[in-house]
Design a protein around this ligand. Sequence first.
Ligand SMILES: [Zn+2]
Length: 555
Amino acid sequence: MKKRYSILIFCSLLVACNGNIANLRPHGSQTNTPELTRNNYLMGFLNEYRSSYDVTYYDINIDFDIEQKSIDGFVTIKAKSLDEIDALQVDLAKNLNIQKITYQDSPVKYYREEDAVMVYFNQTIDKDTLFDFTIHYNGIPQSADNPPWAGGFTWSKDKNDRDWVAVSCEGEGARIWWPNKDHISEEPDSVRMAFTVPSDLMSIANGQLRSVVEKENNKTTYEWFVNNPINNYNISVQIGNYVAVQDTFIKENTTHYMNHYVLDYNKEVAQNYFPQSKEVIRFYEKYFGDYQWWDDGYKLIEVPYLGMEHQSAVTYGNGFSIYNGVRSSSWGMYGVIDPLIIHESGHEWFGNSVTAIDPTHIWIHEGLQVYTEALYFEDKFNSYEVSVDYLKSIKSRIQNKIPIVGPEGENYWALNGDTYMKGAWVMHTLRSAINDDAIWFGILKEFMVENAKSHVSTEDFFNKVKEKTGTDYTYFSEQYFYSPNQPELEYYQTDSEFYYRWDNVNDNFVMPMGILVNGIEKRVFPLQEFQSFDISKHSTIEVMDWKFYVKAIKK
Ligand SMILES: [Zn+2]
């Protein structure tokens, strides 16, 4: 009777909150953001059955049947109760079967709705108690349609027609292949992974390899361990004919070991190609603080899709080609760095160490990441102009259809709109608005160092901006992150005056703007009404739209 009562409370609580959340969407005017489905509500909102416990440890055990594309395993979840609990929500894709859930060695009852699994303990667990429970499950996990963007398992063959398997699941959630509390704000303190695969293949995962144990049925279990907080979607498995490619990273008399894994026939090229990752790490450490995961190592793992930022196990599938990688047409990097290596390795800072508190703030991973790639060129070539050139090369991909930041609490992974390219341009614009590089680079570094291994929101970023500049940039955040509209600078000139004004902006938008008058930069503060300044006859005027993401419109 008690359990049925709990189920009813669970459902009615969610229905009630469902309505409230939709009405509380920030800034009221989201356009074209996805409809809030029941499953996205269950996955996106931290109801009391999720917020009442904190996961400390996942112990993941999976046996792979590659021919059947199926998995069979169990996961033990260790957690701390943050309240008295007799039930909690854990998440597992609804297409996977649960065989049993056990607590203190006894089966317990559970109830499934969409991807949510309500687990009912046979007793009340006191507040501040460490407890664990185990979920036994199996099934055929989702295959990837277009990894890493539409993720799941990639079951493929290498050039020698041997099995080659990998998983990517950002956005879809790790629940598509193992049970967990699948919210971006939840990271365990450590994870053990034991992946059992056919003995002619290797299984590579995050962190350090602890043991390799041969089983009776011509299978081998590879045990990996991550000794740090990690996003669920970063936990990964790769299965193939891998060989190790060893390298070292030396910093201040300390030697760190890098053990990359590539297909056996790519060992030679990888030995020559992967050392560029050390230059990437040095760049990110210089501007954004120390690499956080040396006790888990750093490695690149070759995969049959483009790549992904799997923490301490960055996956790589760009063909070992500095100019002509698999997406070279849209991603030129002057032949100085592999775009995949810099992008996915940079996520060790932006995304893996400093993580969005809700997936709607994912520009903190992607927009900042793309922006730092422009800064990499600025540093590499010692040229601001090269960073602008890079940003100009990606500008045409901005759409201005939906805001970069959408609704919170709705499992809204803002990856499809302008998160990447506009996110980068908005950071470039903010640098220009602040107009003080010492402050700007201080903002970026402090934000990353102070928030290392923790979670942040868009508001947290702008709080740091306010702290460092003494200026409230809420108007900037509201325009560029919470509205889809690109500011327009309307202008015209007469023989003696230059007229300018903002259009397509929020009422509170007061960003300064750079104008070149006969080659000399002038800083103005446009309003929505025309203002003017004196010019000489036939002056040459340029609106500096290479420093600010605004559209210049000559009237
Ligand atoms: Zn990315």
